[in-house]
Design a protein around this ligand. Structure first.
Ligand code: FAD
Length: 280
């Protein structure tokens, strides 16, 4: 049986980036993903480029493509306009988020504050048209007052109408297993797909993980630090580690895998094709 998967991209800024992304997407389309997704810059900074990338990705690959949509810093009327555009374009799935504003950017008036507010807003205005996917944090969102508080806020997103979730990335399968147990205890039964971050660069990974609250276990950070200046070895080691993690997650009955591609197909493809049950 093929392992269900999806792949996430960011909207490219240049013509060269757009044409490179098309090549990467063609490679990834060959494994018949459930969907592609395209990120959104909080405050509407990529409103047009996200829409353009979603439509061109779907046209170019034939794969269903889901826009990410965040609410912080966006006016509700702008969000509504975008929802109507997506519905009119036949988009059926959204990734609904709060988003993170760059520091110094105001909140705007009438802003929906949390992702649960956005999910409720989408349901209020578009009923059941969209499959709504939200974010989940097995290692706890960095701004949460406590793990229990964060889980209650996750539950609120489900109560507001979320159909499924994708997790922040992590490198310890126990975090996912424990999170799934805690969700079950709270009666949260939607599919929760692990987000998978391939390891491509030591410094960038450490910087980004600190910001988003993803834990890099000490043994892993030390190994990556040793390999930081040897790109080929770092990539090969990263693929082994992340491939092993994916296998453990599937063995824990994860319903699929969502890859943060960073717009690069090969690392994700080679991890995916290393899994049991996936034909290379
Ligand atoms: P929320 O679920 O609203 O939670 C944010 C924080 O607020 C948490 O600490 C939560 O515990 C707390 N909270 C929630 N409700 C309440 C309440 N009522 N009272 C008090 N506290 C509360 N960012 C982007 O900008 N663009 C993207 O395209 C993007 N894509 C992503 C895709 C995935 C799969 C993931 C996992 C993350 C993505 N992000 C993206 C990052 C995301 O926007 C950040 O992690 C952001 O900080 C939180 O978004 P959220 O939707 O999880 O927020």
């Amino acid at each position: 049986m093929q392992v269900p998967c999806s792949f996430e991209f960011f909207p490219p800024k240049t013509e060269a980036g757009i044409s490179k992304l098309k090549q990467e997407q063609s490679l990834l389309a060959s494994v018949q993903p459930e969907f592609f997704s395209v990120t959104y810059g909080a405050g509407g900074s990529t409103r047009d480029t996200t829409l353009a990338a979603v439509l061109s990705t779907r046209a170019h690959t034939g794969v269903a493509t889901a826009p990410h949509l965040s609410c912080i810093g966006d006016e509700p009327e702008d969000i509504l306009q975008l929802l109507n555009t997506y519905r009119d374009q036949g988009i059926g799935r959204l990734i609904a988020l709060r988003g993170d504003l760059p520091s110094g950017m105001g909140l705007g008036r009438g802003t929906l504050k949390y992702a649960a507010d956005l999910v409720g807003f989408i349901r209020q205005h578009t009923a059941d048209h969209f499959h709504i996917c939200v974010a989940a944090y097995p290692e706890v969102h960095p701004e949460a007052r406590s793990g229990q508080d964060d889980l209650q806020h996750f539950k609120a997103k489900v109560a507001a109408g979320a159909d499924s979730a994708i997790t922040q990335y992590f490198y310890c399968a126990d975090a996912y297993s424990d999170f799934m147990d805690r969700c079950q205890t709270l009666g949260i039964n939607i599919p929760i797909v692990p987000g998978i971050m391939p390891i491509l660069n030591y410094q960038k990974l450490m910087r980004f993980s600190t910001a988003c609250g993803a834990d890099i276990p000490r043994w892993l950070s030390k190994r990556l630090e040793d390999l930081a200046d040897d790109e080929a070895s770092l990539l090969a080691f990263g693929k082994d580690v992340v491939g092993e993690l994916c296998q453990q997650l599937l063995d824990l009955d994860a319903p699929g895998l969502h890859f943060y591609t960073l717009n690069q197909a090969e690392p994700c493809l080679s991890i995916y094709q290393s899994l049991k049950g996936v034909l290379a």
